[in-house]
Design a protein around this ligand. Structure first.
Ligand SMILES: [Zn+2]
Ligand SMILES: [Zn+2]
Length: 200
């Protein structure tokens, strides 16, 4: 499929609907998840026990969630705050999986886009610039979707350990705000158990 055909496909449209817009990041997640699932399918390691580990919390993760069905709530989407375009997909039962990591110099940072994102945050972006930003995002999306996964990512087979399943444990009230909190997430401060929300 070429970029245009991908953008018109049901799978991409589902990612777009979930994420709220089309952008290069979403396209990166689309390519990573599609390639990861294909790898697992080929190794017959794809079933309901799929787990995804993402090393970023950017736009791309929305495509990963839609395409793999891995979510925080189910405990099979694991976030590691590494600030990297790294994605691991594996079978929880066998541990068999693959890690995709974006190759260096695959894409150069577009300074204009960064500048326009800053203006968006500051609320100073004009309508003309909004259209420009949208066009830049679309250009990037077409670029990414038109690149083969193996050119975009290094793909390494991995044997991943089992992550903790979503745990259910009794709650204890925080000594400051009184809100029930998972006991293991409370911290002892001056002899009292305090939640992380009250620590910041
Ligand atoms: Zn986005
Ligand atoms: Zn608290």
């Amino acid at each position: 499929m070429n970029a245009q055909q991908i953008m018109e496909s049901d799978n991409f449209k589902r990612c777009e609907a979930f994420h709220g817009h089309v952008c290069g990041g979403l396209a990166i997640g689309y390519v990573a998840a599609t390639a990861g699932l294909a790898w697992l399918r080929e190794k017959r390691a794809l079933d309901e026990e799929l787990v995804a580990i993402v090393e970023t919390d950017a736009c791309c993760v929305d495509a990963v969630q839609v395409l793999t069905g891995c979510t925080f709530g189910k405990g099979n989407l694991i976030y590691r705050d590494y600030g990297k375009m790294g994605f691991t997909f594996f079978n929880r039962r066998t541990g068999q999986g693959v890690r995709l990591a974006m190759k260096p110099d695959t894409f150069r940072v577009n300074e204009r886009q960064i500048d326009l994102f800053r203006k968006t945050r500051e609320g100073s972006i004009t309508d003309v610039e909004k259209a420009e930003l949208k066009a830049l995002g679309m250009q990037r999306t077409v670029e990414v979707l038109g690149t083969r996964a193996e050119d975009l990512f290094s793909m390494t087979p991995v044997t991943a350990g089992m992550p903790d399943k979503a745990r259910i444990e009794p709650s204890t009230p925080c000594s400051r705000c009184g809100e029930p909190t998972m006991a293991s997430k409370l911290e002892m401060v001056e002899g009292a158990m305090v939640c992380r929300g009250c620590l910041v």
